[in-house]
Design a protein around this ligand. Sequence first.
Ligand code: ACK
Length: 219
Amino acid sequence: PTLEKDILPLYFGWFLAKRDEDNLRKTAHEFLEQLGNLKAFKKRLQAFGREDKHKLDLLKYFAKTPNILHCTTKFCDYGKMPGSEEYAQLEAVRKGYSKAFTLHISALFITPRTAGAQVELTQEQLHVWPSDAEREAMPKDVLPRGSRAHITLGCAADVQDVQTGIDLLEFVKLQQAGREGENMGELLGSKISYYDNGMWMLALPRKKEIKTIFSGYYG
Ligand code: ACK
């Protein structure tokens, strides 16, 4: 008999259910539109390569949006990435595969490179989170497990989507060092903070629940 080998996906992750995906895209749209119109934002455009007080259309700036909204757990590149096989064999990954998970979004953020949603993982969800995800992105830092978890909402021209998680870790690093960001008032009923270098974060007072399916992307 021929032995068939498991095919590893481009990546494993949580894929948003259609309704919640539409909903999050709408929220992201409003966030970018309103942030772009915020006076405090218009005064701080240099990191975005614009002169202050000019209008920056953030929807156009982050025109590269993902086809499927998802939260990547492990990028495997069809098995070319180290640790892919081991990850796929984890009991939690095998058991969780094709199962429903409810994720929690705790913040929305932008940098001059990416726009994303911060995902706060539960203990159960951390079981399918690779142990080296944070170290792989920031080898010199010790960051809490799961702190890279995010949903990419958009990228600037010439920026790869892998950058969103790295940008999120940059926020986490600052927060770990006790930097809160400068309070810039309210946006969509939440507190908007500025962290220098064109980094903005909207902390959601009530976490946004989203329904997902844990699976692999093979496209
Ligand atoms: O937005 P993301 O999390 O960033 O979702 C996409 C997905 O895999 C398909 O490209 C993420 N990705 C790409 N390269 C890497 C990498 N080297 N490490 C971790 N995630 C990656 C990308």
